[in-house]
Design a protein around this ligand. Structure first.
Ligand code: C5P
Length: 311
C-alpha cells in the first residue's frame, strides 16, 4: 500500500478588519492572509476498515473527532459514498497550537487534498473549496495559500500575485503557556466594538475596495514602504492578554522591523523584516529576552502556496 505526505503551511494576517456582523452570526471580514514556510506534515496510509485514525507527536492535541483532520476525512468519505474507506494519519506538528496561525485549518485542508488523492476520489478543486468552507472560515485560504484577500467569513478569496521582489521575512513569537480562543476574541470584539460595526452591504463593499487599493498592497508588491498593520482583534486581545503585550514590546525592540502585529485572534505575534538575514539577526538579538519571558520563536519566509503533496 502506498502512503502519501502533505505539507500544511501556517499563515499570518497582514490585515484583519472586522466590518460587521452577518445574518449567520459570523463576522464579516476584510483580510489579507499570507502563507509562511512554517509547516506541519501529514503522512497518510490507506486502510479499508472504514476508520480514520490520527496520531500526533504533540500529546496536547486532541486526535479524536474534534480534530479538523478527522472532520475533513469524515466529510470527504461521506460525500464519496464509500463508507469502507479508511486511513491512518500521522501528523508531525511544528505550527504552534491555538496560536492564530491557522495550524488546525491548514491540517484540515491538507487532509482534504491528501485523502482525495490517496483514495482516488477525483473531487475537483471547487468541490474541495465548498467542503473546506463548511469546515472552517480559514480553511479555503489554506487550500490555495500564497497571498490573498479574504472577505465574507474569510472564505471568499481574491488571490494576489506572488511578486518576484524580495519578500519580507517573518520573526514569530508565541508564549507556549497561552492560547486564545477564536470565539472568545470575536465575542469580545462584538461587545466592545459592536456599536461601530457597519451594517449595509454597500458600506462593506466600500471597505473591501479600500483594501484592494491600500498602501499595504503596494508594500506587498514591493513598491511602497510598509504601513502599520491593522488587526481589529489585536485591539481587543492586547489589553486582556499580558503575553501579547510583552511579545509585541519585545518585537518592537528589534532593529528596524518593517511592521509588528498579532496574527489572527492571537496570541502569536510577528515582526516583518526586509529579508531573512535581518530577521535572523533580530532573532539572535532578542534570543535572551525571549528566553527570559518564556517565548518560543521562529524565523521563516513568505510562501507562495498552501497545502501541497510531497512527491
Ligand atoms: O469558522 P471557524 O470555526 O474558524 O470560526 C470559529 C469561531 O470564530 C466561530 O464560531 C465564531 O465565533 C468566530 N468567527 C466569527 N466570524 C468569522 C470567523 C470566525 O465570528 N468570520
Amino acid at each position: 500500500m502506498t502512503d502519501l505526505c502533505v505539507r500544511a503551511p501556517a499563515k499570518i494576517n497582514l490585515h484583519l478588519e472586522v466590518l460587521g456582523l452577518r445574518p449567520d452570526g459570523f463576522h464579516e471580514l476584510a483580510m489579507v492572509m499570507q502563507s509562511i514556510d512554517l509547516t506541519d506534515t501529514l503522512r497518510l496510509l490507506p486502510t479499508a476498515d472504514g476508520r480514520i485514525s490520527l496520531q500526533c507527536d504533540r500529546a496536547d492535541l486532541p486526535t479524536d473527532g474534534s480534530n479538523l483532520i478527522v472532520k475533513a476525512g469524515e466529510m470527504l468519505r461521506a460525500r464519496s459514498g464509500f463508507p469502507e474507506l479508511g486511513a491512518q494519519i500521522i501528523l508531525e506538528k511544528r505550527i504552534p497550537i491555538g496560536a492564530g496561525l491557522a495550524g488546525g485549518s491548514s491540517n484540515g485542508a491538507a487532509a482534504l487534498v491528501g485523502l482525495n488523492e490517496l483514495w482516488g476520489l477525483g473531487f475537483e478543486t471547487h468541490q474541495l473549496h465548498i467542503m473546506a468552507a463548511e469546515l472552517g472560515s480559514d480553511m479555503p485560504f489554506c487550500l490555495d495559500g500564497g497571498t490573498q484577500l479574504c472577505f465574507g467569513r474569510g472564505e471568499q478569496l481574491e488571490a494576489l500575485p506572488f511578486y518576484s521582489t524580495e519578500h519580507p521575512a517573518v520573526l514569530l513569537a508565541k508564549h507556549p503557556g497561552v492560547s486564545v480562543s477564536t470565539p472568545w476574541a470575536y465575542g469580545l470584539c462584538k461587545e466592545l466594538r459592536g456599536d461601530f460595526y457597519l451594517e449595509a452591504e454597500a458600506d462593506f463593499e466600500l471597505r473591501r475596495q479600500a483594501l484592494r487599493q491600500s498602501p499595504l498592497l503596494l508594500a506587498i508588491a514591493g513598491t511602497k514602504q510598509w504601513p502599520p498593520l491593522r488587526n481589529d482583534l489585536q485591539l481587543v486581545v492586547e489589553p486582556e492578554v499580558e503575553t501579547v503585550r510583552q511579545g509585541l514590546a519585545l518585537l518592537h525592540q528589534s532593529e528596524q522591523p518593517l511592521a509588528v502585529a498579532m496574527s489572527g485572534s492571537g496570541p502569536s505575534l510577528f515582526a516583518l523584516f526586509p529579508g531573512l538575514e535581518q530577521a535572523r539577526k533580530a532573532h539572535g538579538d532578542l534570543a535572551e529576552q525571549f528566553e527570559r519571558y518564556g517565548f518560543e520563536s521562529w524565523c521563516c519566509g513568505f510562501s507562495d502556496r498552501g497545502v501541497s503533496l510531497i512527491q
